[in-house]
Design a protein around this ligand. Structure first.
Ligand SMILES: [Zn+2]
Length: 103
């Protein structure tokens, strides 16, 4: 059974005691402090990972947007080669309506 110094009165107190018998101050346990830090580290880590997944999941338009842009660019290539550059104007307008930006 180890003894620790009381933070308030300086007397030696059993580290198993929850408070100092002479002054009633709570006893600090060094081991539980380190354990608490580890626990907080784990909580923060889980939080960061969870946030990352949440952000990824919250952007469902990203993949669709890239596909739409690819389709538009393909359409434009074909339109230019067939001498009808305005053929994809409708797709471009749809893209603007959906994503509010230039494809
Ligand atoms: Zn004390």
């Amino acid at each position: 059974m180890a003894l620790v110094g009381c933070a308030e009165c300086g007397k030696e107190v059993s580290e198993r005691a929850s408070q100092c018998p002479s002054c009633g101050a709570p006893v600090k346990r060094p081991a539980s402090g380190a354990g608490g830090l580890l626990k907080w580290g784990a909580v923060v880590l889980v939080g960061v990972i969870g946030l990352y997944w949440l952000i990824e999941a919250n952007d469902p338009t990203r993949e669709q947007r890239l596909m739409d842009r690819e389709a538009y660019q393909l359409c434009q290539k074909m339109a230019v080669s067939t001498g009808n550059p305005g053929a994809c104007e409708g797709m471009r307008k749809d893209y603007w309506a959906k994503y509010n930006r230039e494809p």
